[in-house]
Design a protein around this ligand. Structure first.
Ligand SMILES: Cc1ncc(COP(=O)(O)O)c(C=O)c1O
Length: 431
């Protein structure tokens, strides 16, 4: 997996293209900031999962973690690639129900789902990943309305992993999921209620993970509980959902595992554990977000102003920033930058800042680019995940458009907001 989309090329004049479409042309036609997704890369990333699984563990499913980037067209593309979907809110669920995705391929997460959200999910046959006792009670109550629930139990995995580090502890104070001590009580409640059906266990250990080891530890932890639930409650765990979390390259030095290598390692371990314990191999579910969509996306901006702070730094001000990509500000996330038209001029070091009314609205403090001029377009790579999904209307900014490009064709996935949209919910109260 690379930082840039598969179809990214720079021609002999220095002009950049994705999906056979000139980025300069896209910037002029659709305005900036603009999110661009490469269909070829998305499909390839999906197939890295589905093809590895059909080879190593066919009794499996890949759910796209919609929190990474969600809209109706994108769900339809994931559906076309044979993926299911996980959603984490009523809004995501509503979006999914407006798409071509079959509700039985949708799984609903969240630590504080409302009764209305649960009712909508159950009315449509969406599976529920239960997080806590109150939610279980709400499902029992909805059962009295004749609504049946298919349930995965979210377990605190007691592993927390991010990029290079991971810890295994007895007590992680995550807000998500049940403690392992709760599992017997939870499965007993499910067994005692006719409207509830136990399907299996879920755990998610973190995001942007570069190490396969914690996933293998997770398998051991989950199987301990599978055996325990079978013995104590007499319920079979038909499904194990291992969450998402495989990292991607934001900078060329980042070194995440290849998806097929990760799939092979995890599935080999599961087969070995099942053979050792004499257990039936469960259906496996994976929930990748970032590794499906992250490197398929780029953002382009237009440079409006260049400000020299003598002998200290040169700021390039772009027409977006923290409202379309809050990750640099929230997580000090780093990205790779280029000029949409590489002029071949001498390189200089710049800080790139957004246009929002916050001193912290800095995309990068230091990047080398060929000398930048007002009106140039800057492309930021690997913005496909957790950018649009986390975008806000801060300073009453309009959210950018998102386009999907492939073989010279451009489809608008999300239209650019207008100023009328910004006041669409305001009520005309006068004094
Ligand atoms: C429950 C769950 N599943 C899947 C994901 C997707 O993770 P990633 O985008 O790192 O693959 C997340 C992200 O945090 C998550 O919370």
């Amino acid at each position: 997996m690379k930082v840039v989309p598969d179809s990214y090329i720079v021609d002999e004049k220095g002009d950049a293209y994705i999906g056979g479409v000139s980025l300069k042309h896209l910037a002029e036609k659709h305005h900036t900031p603009l999110y661009i997704l490469d269909e070829q890369t998305i499909r390839r990333n999906c197939r890295l999962y589905t093809e590895a699984l059909s080879r190593y563990y066919p009794n499996s499913k890949v759910l796209y973690a919609g929190k990474a980037n969600l809209n109706v067209g994108l769900i339809n593309l994931m559906n076309h690639e044979g993926l299911g979907l996980d959603v984490v809110s009523g809004g995501e669920l509503y979006t999914a129900l407006k798409s071509q995705m079959e509700p039985r391929s949708i799984y609903f997460h969240g630590n504080n789902k409302s009764v209305e959200e649960l009712r909508l999910a159950l009315q449509n046959g969406v599976s529920i990943v239960v997080d806590n006792y109150q939610e279980l009670q709400n499902l029992v109550a909805l059962g009295k309305e004749g609504l049946r629930s298919k349930i995965l139990i979210r377990l605190k995995p007691e592993i927390e992993a991010h990029t290079h580090d991971y810890i295994k502890t007895g007590q992680i104070d995550s807000k998500f999921g049940f403690d392992k001590e709760d599992l017997i009580r939870v499965t007993s409640i499910i067994k005692a209620n006719d409207s509830l059906k136990y399907i299996g266990l879920h755990a998610h250990i973190g995001s942007q993970i570069f190490d396969i080891e914690p996933f293998l530890d997770l398998v051991d932890i989950l199987f301990e509980h599978v055996g325990h639930i079978q013995k104590e409650v007499g319920l079979e765990t038909a499904v194990l959902n291992l969450g998402g979390g495989i990292g991607i390259q934001y900078m060329t030095e980042d070194d995440p595992p290849e998806i097929p290598v990760y799939i092979e390692a995890v599935t080999t371990k599961i087969k070995r554990v099942c053979a050792l314990k004499g257990m039936t191999e469960p259906q496996l579910i994976f929930e990748p977000g970032r590794s499906v969509i992250g490197n398929a996306g780029v953002t382009i901006y237009t440079v409006g102003t260049i400000k020299e702070i003598h002998d200290i730094k040169t700021y390039v001000f772009v027409d977006g920033g923290m409202a379309d990509n809050p990750r640099p500000m929230m997580y000090q996330a780093e990205y790779t930058y280029a000029l949409v038209r590489d002029t071949g001029k001498e390189k200089k070091v710049y800080a790139i800042a957004g246009k929002f009314c916050e001193s912290g609205d800095i995309l990068t403090h230091s990047v080398e680019l060929p000398e930048v001029e007002v009106g140039d377009h800057i492309v930021v790579f690997a913005t496909g995940a957790y950018n649009y999904a986390m975008a806000s209307n801060y300073n009453r900014a309009v959210k950018p458009a998102m386009v999907l490009v492939n073989k010279g064709d451009v489809k608008i996935l999300v239209r650019r907001e207008k100023w009328e949209d910004v006041i669409a919910c305001d009520q005309e109260i006068t004094f």
